[in-house]
Write a protein that binds this ligand. Structure first.
Ligand SMILES: [Zn+2]
Length: 279
């Protein structure tokens, strides 16, 4: 959906509104239209943090929907006596919580699951707009800053991104369309015990592909998934002169007009490309 209109991508709130308005009819999953508030409670916890807890329920017509296929299914058991809460986007400095007593349904296709709640992704304890906002922040800010600002722990940021990923970028393969100037490099993590190979698009300054490991066999995975059109659009490849990069690029980018700047001056070429872009 982001690809449809780049202006949407520039604001998480605009994106949320756009995303929700894309869904149809009664399934329109806006926190405003789908969440039927019954009452609310304002309280402070033992650390003095203010919370507003909104007791809510889904639309009656959709309270037995499967969280995966969204079909209405027979109820499997009664509503739980212990309510579940979902963290929503803060209201000013106040933590927002949505409370509802869930129950399970039995879907012929998927089995027994907790019935879908329209304000959250399956299995999440955060509302959809919270997950989407964290994912948007994480795409522009360091994970630690996102965690600090959104008041969630570092690992939760990753889980929010995973849940929102499909909605934010339904066609991830489109990142590989129209590549012209790309860079290939590997980097290590876990104190040099593990490697990751990364391909960047120099024109957008974004990572377009990454895979665990390094070496020719890993880089070949990138090249093998490219369509002939995607391969032919690549005109400049930069790298650090590693033999496996040189070999792979020569093998796959061996078409006319391709310029492969490789060898010891790889970093310099990277520098020149960025210099031209920002000067
Ligand atoms: Zn189902």
């Amino acid at each position: 959906m982001w690809q449809k209109d780049d202006r949407i991508r520039k604001s998480p709130l605009k994106f949320c509104v756009y995303y929700y308005s894309e869904l149809e009819g009664d399934c329109q999953a806006s926190i405003i239209t789908e969440l039927w508030p019954e009452n609310f409670n304002l309280y402070s916890d033992e650390d003095g943090v203010k919370h507003i807890r909104i007791k809510a329920r889904p639309n009656k017509w959709h309270e037995n929907d499967c969280p995966f296929c969204h079909k209405s299914c027979p109820a499997y058991d009664k509503h739980s006596s212990k309510p579940t809460t979902w963290r929503g986007l803060d209201w000013g400095g106040i933590l927002v919580e949505v409370e509802y007593q869930t129950h399970r349904i039995i879907c012929l296709e998927h089995g027994v699951y907790v019935a879908k709640v329209p304000w959250a992704y399956p299995g999440s304890r955060f509302t959809k707009d919270f997950d989407l906002t964290v994912a948007w922040f994480a795409s522009y800010l360091p994970r630690s800053t996102t965690s600090y600002f959104m008041r969630v722990d570092w690992e939760t940021v990753g889980r929010c991104v995973n849940r929102a990923l499909h909605d934010l970028e339904p066609e991830r393969s489109r990142r590989l369309d129209g590549l012209v100037n790309i860079g290939i490099d590997e980097t290590s993590y876990k104190k040099g015990h593990k490697y990751i190979t990364v391909i960047v698009n120099h024109d957008t300054n974004t990572v377009v592909w990454a895979s665990e490991g390094h070496g020719k066999s890993v880089l070949e995975k990138f090249y093998k998934q490219l369509t002939p059109e995607q391969l032919s659009s690549i005109k400049v490849v930069t790298g650090d002169g590693a033999k496996w990069i040189t070999e792979c690029v020569n093998e796959y980018n061996s078409f006319q007009n391709c310029l492969s700047y490789l060898g010891g001056i790889g970093y310099l070429i990277n520098y020149i490309i960025f210099y031209l872009k920002y000067s």
